[in-house]
Design a protein around this ligand. Structure first.
Ligand SMILES: Cc1cc2nc3c(=O)[nH]c(=O)nc-3n(C[C@H](O)[C@H](O)[C@H](O)COP(=O)(O)OP(=O)(O)OC[C@H]3O[C@@H](n4cnc5c(N)ncnc54)[C@H](O)[C@@H]3O)c2cc1C
Length: 458
């Protein structure tokens, strides 16, 4: 099967590459190879009744399939260079922001037009945070919500399916090619696909495969950081003054004890806590719906500490995985603990969780996070909870729930040039799979960027 462009991975990076290529060069023949299912077949078996916990499906519908890891996400498109990736280091700050704005316009014209764009510009909370040694990062955030995000993806698929050949349940196994740009052969089992250009956008779920391909092709990589922490869940009223105005606030705190940076991440007002399965390891995440009927009573967000190992140990992800495995070993999956129990040095029990004034939105195993998280990380998280309590009183209440562990794995950072092209002519690595982006908006913007590059060259 011969194509002009083969795209591996149908997450936001792959989708926006395909979209932009069809706009700029409609005559090009494009294939998208995706390990997971089509959007309509993506279904996580956890229903909260018959199936309460992760059953470790072969292809995780939360992480894989059309829409990628973003399909059932909260659909928060942060338009900023302050977090979400370092795309700006390759393509410049202005261009990165312009592309994120362009992605926002496409989302708005495919079903997202009634959603709200929140911004930190001119907010009073910046001062309040500073007065309490907390630092609010600048961003505009479009909250599509899990429901509208799905509609936008559905509409994008409807547009693309006539113009692009999609191959679902088709994991790429290997990539062959020469550095001279004579094209790439991608093998998926018995099937072979040939493309003059190849865009790899395999996200976090494709991290192990990406490492294998880079090893085989001699593409240089360097170790990246890993973010480890917990997901906090509390009554929505506690953070409502912040979330009503900003929706999501990215707040950073430097711990006095170790000088580590702890930050809030992925805030979901009136949302739900969910499991996430990365390469068989169950961690925790969160999302929320735009539709008020699907709102819960709680707000959740992650508190994360970044760790980066380089010498002599380089495997930051391996470190994060070991901690997540420990929580899976002790809890059979994700562990939940009341903040009051953690402070008093006692494990949470089913009874204590049932008696809690905060009702958990995820069915996790009551346990003791101090047996899982290293002291340095746990101390930082506890200090941050007390710091947040000053701007959102109630954060440090006994019944605040902590789910562990939340781990943000970042792919090894792949060596690419300012065109996001590897040393192989015509082979591009983008999105979270490149280790350069860590968010919907940055991954999508990187897709548009390489599509325009190819559009001019092909
Ligand atoms: C529950 C959850 C909530 C999130 N919420 C947000 C949010 O609100 N805002 C935000 O900015 N970010 C959020 N994220 C992160 C965001 O989803 C990712 O940053 C984004 O999806 C990255 O896009 P991508 O295209 O690079 O990779 P992905 O979305 O991971 O897509 C990669 C695709 O490649 C496929 N693939 C992997 N290996 C292969 C292979 N060998 N062959 C073929 N296909 C392959 C995968 O199946 C997957 O579909 C969330 C993530 C999760 C899991």
């Amino acid at each position: 099967m011969e194509y002009d462009v083969i795209i591996i991975g149908a997450g936001p990076g792959g989708i926006f590459s395909a979209y932009e290529l069809t706009k700029k060069r409609p005559e090009l023949k494009i294939a998208v190879l995706e390990a997971g299912h089509g959007l309509d077949k993506r279904r996580c078996p956890i229903d909260g009744e018959k199936v309460k916990a992760c059953v470790k499906c072969k292809s995780c519908s939360i992480m894989s399939g059309f829409g990628g890891a973003g399909a059932f996400s909260d659909g928060k498109y942060n338009i900023t260079n302050d977090f979400g990736g370092t795309l700006y280091k390759y393509i410049g700050k202005k261009q990165a922001l312009d592309l994120m704005g362009y992605v926002d316009e496409i989302n708005m014209s495919h079903g997202g037009e009634d959603t709200k764009l929140y911004t930190t510009a001119g907010t009073k909370f910046k001062k309040l945070c500073m007065q309490n040694d907390l630092h609010l990062l600048d961003a505009s955030v479009r909250h599509l919500g899990t429901d509208v995000n799905y509609v936008v993806l559905k509409n994008l698929y409807e547009y693309l399916k006539e113009k692009v050949d999609f191959f679902f349940d088709t994991p790429a196994e290997s990539v062959f090619g020469c550095k001279d740009g004579s094209g790439y052969e991608v093998r998926c089992g018995e099937a072979k696909y040939f493309g003059r250009y190849c865009i790899i956008s395999v996200g976090r779920s494709g991290s192990k495969w990406m490492e294998k391909v880079c090893g085989e092709m001699g593409i240089k990589t360097k170790s990246n950081r890993v973010d480890i922490g917990v997901r906090v869940e509390l009554p929505a009223e506690i953070f409502s003054h912040l979330t009503d105005e900003l929706y999501e606030s990215k707040i950073v705190y430097r711990t006095p004890k170790y000088g580590d940076l702890v930050r809030t991440f992925c805030m979901n007002p009136k949302g739900a806590v969910v499991n996430e399965n990365t390469n068989g390891i169950v961690t925790v995440n969160g999302h929320s719906y735009e539709d008020p009927e699907k709102h819960t009573e709680n707000t959740n967000f992650a508190l994360l500490v970044a760790k980066h190992f380089s010498e002599p140990f380089k495997d930051s992800n391996g470190y994060g995985e070991s901690i997540a495995r420990l929580s899976n070993m002790l809890g059979g999956g994700v562990i939940v603990q009341r903040f009051g129990d953690l402070i008093r040095g006692q494990r949470s029990t089913q009874k204590r969780i049932e008696e809690s004034f905060t009702t958990p939105t995820l069915n996790a195993t009551p346990g003791d996070l101090s047996l899982v998280l290293p002291k340095r990380l746990l101390d930082g998280i506890i200090e941050m909870i007390y710091a947040l309590d000053k701007i959102a009183p109630g954060t440090a209440n006994d019944d605040t729930l902590l789910y562990g562990v939340e781990v943000k794995f970042y792919n090894m950072e792949v060596e690419v040039d300012e065109h996001l092209q590897t040393e192989y002519e015509g082979l591009y690595i983008i999105g979270d799979g490149s280790g350069i982006t860590h968010s919907l908006s940055h991954a999508s913007a990187s897709g548009v960027y390489v599509a325009r590059e190819i559009g001019e060259r092909a």
